[in-house]
Design a binder for this molecule. Sequence first.
Ligand SMILES: [Fe+2]
Ligand SMILES: [Fe+2]
Length: 263
Amino acid sequence: MSLQAISWNEFIDRLLPSEAKHHLWLRALSYLEYIGYRKMVKAVPYAKVNAGVYRHLSDEIQHSFMLREIADKQFGHKLSFEEVENLVEMAESYFQGLDSQVDDWIQEKLGIKDPYASYVWVSYSIEKRAMKVYPPYLAKLSQQPIKLVIQKIIKDEAEHLSYLENLLQKFPEAISLIKESDSLPQAEAEGEAPASFAGWRGRREPLIVKKSNITSPPQADGEGEAPASFAGWRGRREPLIIEQKCFEGFLGRLNNYFEHVKT
Ligand SMILES: [Fe+2]
Ligand SMILES: [Fe+2]
């Protein structure tokens, strides 16, 4: 089955008029949040679990619960086992593709597997995605109960992004790269996927952040030692490119699946 390319805004516009599709979408989001929680539990060694990690875990599992609850209450029915299994398979395929490709990238750069570094970079790319997905979705929502849930999630995700940006300040190469952030492509600055990634390679790291975006003090004390060496990482932004492609694949598969869903 060939995947139909679709932009995020187009996807929302097709989704919202259909209660069945909207219900499935909220349950897909709920499962993505659940996977994010599960990944963190597995990836962060207990010695590194601090107040910030507890807070982050608590937020993600709460997001999963709120999305599931509002989906089932709002649309008044339960999904079938098969529908849930389809969502699970698509969401896990997205995460597995992202994880394995970021793992490979880190191994290429460091010469060793580093699950904690993978977790940090994958989490950062996911939080960036969350801040591209939730705000346009909120802007098009009209149902008040769902809007309240999404507003709460956006507030939390913005804090998670600041948290991870602060964590990444401990990565030596990221500090020098902050100075290069003024040359971010316009599309990236606006939160839209660039039409093409041609020319992105060799220009910036994935984790360049503007100092002005760092609003809260680090809460990651004791959690974020840098990997042994970042030599050669400069000029790469592969994790964000990898995530973009994985998300586009996920959206394409969901869109194909939704073609067969009754409204
Ligand atoms: Fe979340
Ligand atoms: Fe988050």
